[in-house]
Design a protein around this ligand. Structure first.
Ligand code: SHN
Ligand code: NAI
Length: 232
């Protein structure tokens, strides 16, 4: 049966999330959760090298033992990523019976949610999922899209956000706003940002908004990709 997963973006900042297992799959989940600001409770008798690194850093509380039911106390999400399918199944059942959303890495149908392949460019989040049909395809598509939507899309999003704030603050009606926003989105802004052509960027803004970079409070620093633009 084809599952109709509902796509949402979760704000997990400061929320406790349980990850069961310490192998490469668990480490990938932990990395994504930390990048989203979650507080991770990591439970596994042993950790792989990537998981050790994450467990030593901020935001992770590590418990070196097998899963126990009390690990579910106070968490908003659960990721069952141990190498033991019986442990994953039991933890998933317990979590679901408590109404906690759960991801099961070796038996997706036993859980409520799956994780898409994804990458960020500033506020832009591009995610790909196949309903579990082919994670390898999700990964390849993510890699292709990362090339198409390069680092310059981080600064582009900052610029579009600043332009949008200025337009909305300037009054006018929704139809006018929409026209300006699409003029910017359909322009060569990304191309100019990639080339470091600040004068070109400034020109496009002036054409669309009548305001330049300085009017929007943006300097060269804002127009360069930042490390956090590409966080997992
Ligand atoms: C259902 C889901 C549940 C979940 O984990 O959330 C799930 C399940 C399973 N994955 C398996 C295998 C692989 N998973 C990957 C990679 C990723 N898997 C991810 C998500 C998901 N995997 C969810 C569905 C997403 C969708 O709808 O597409 C990604 C996208 C996101 C992430 O994990 O962060 C991440 C890529 C991140 C990136 O690079 O961008 C690779 C590729 C590789 O390793 O090179 C392989 C080997 C190749 C292959 O099998 O295709 C197996 C069989 C295990 C076995 O063989 O025993 C199962 C279990 C089953 O299918 O029953
Ligand atoms: N969803 C996905 O993206 C993918 C899923 N898989 C599946 O994910 C599972 C995990 O894969 P890997 O990380 O490579 O496994 P792994 O074998 O490297 O690690 C398993 C981890 O589980 C821990 N563990 C074992 N018993 C436990 C218990 N009772 N409580 C808590 N932790 C326990 C171990 O200490 C170890 O850290 C595999 O079963 C595989 O079928 C594999 C590839 C991708």
């Amino acid at each position: 049966m084809v599952l109709s997963y509902y796509p949402v973006l979760l704000d997990v900042r400061g929320r406790e999330v349980l990850v069961i297992g310490g192998g490469p799959v668990a480490a990938r989940k932990v990395g994504g959760l930390l990048a989203a600001g979650a507080v991770v409770r990591l439970v596994a008798p042993e950790l792989c090298a990537a998981a050790v690194e994450l467990a030593l850093g901020p935001g992770v509380g590590y418990h070196a033992r097998g899963f126990e039911a009390s690990d579910l106390d106070g968490v908003v999400l659960v990721f069952c990523a141990s190498g033991d399918s019986a442990v994953n199944a039991r933890a998933a059942e317990l979590a679901r019976s408590r109404g906690i959303f759960v991801n099961v890495v070796d038996a997706p149908e036993a859980g409520d949610m799956i994780v898409p392949a994804h990458f960020r460019r500033g506020e832009l989040l591009v995610a790909v999922a196949t309903g579990g049909a082919s994670p390898a395809l999700s990964r390849r598509l993510r890699q292709r899209l990362e090339v198409e939507f390069g680092p310059e899309w981080g600064p582009l999003l900052r610029l579009l956000a600043a332009a949008r704030r200025a337009v909305l603050a300037g009054g006018g009606d929704g139809a006018d706003h929409r026209r300006v926003f699409y003029e910017l989105v359909d322009s060569r802004l990304a191309e100019f940002l990639r080339a470091g052509d600040w004068a070109g960027v400034d020109g496009l803004l002036r054409e669309a908004l009548g305001l330049g970079l300085a009017d929007l409070g943006l300097g060269p620093d804002d127009l360069q990709p930042r490390p956090e633009d590409g966080r997992p």
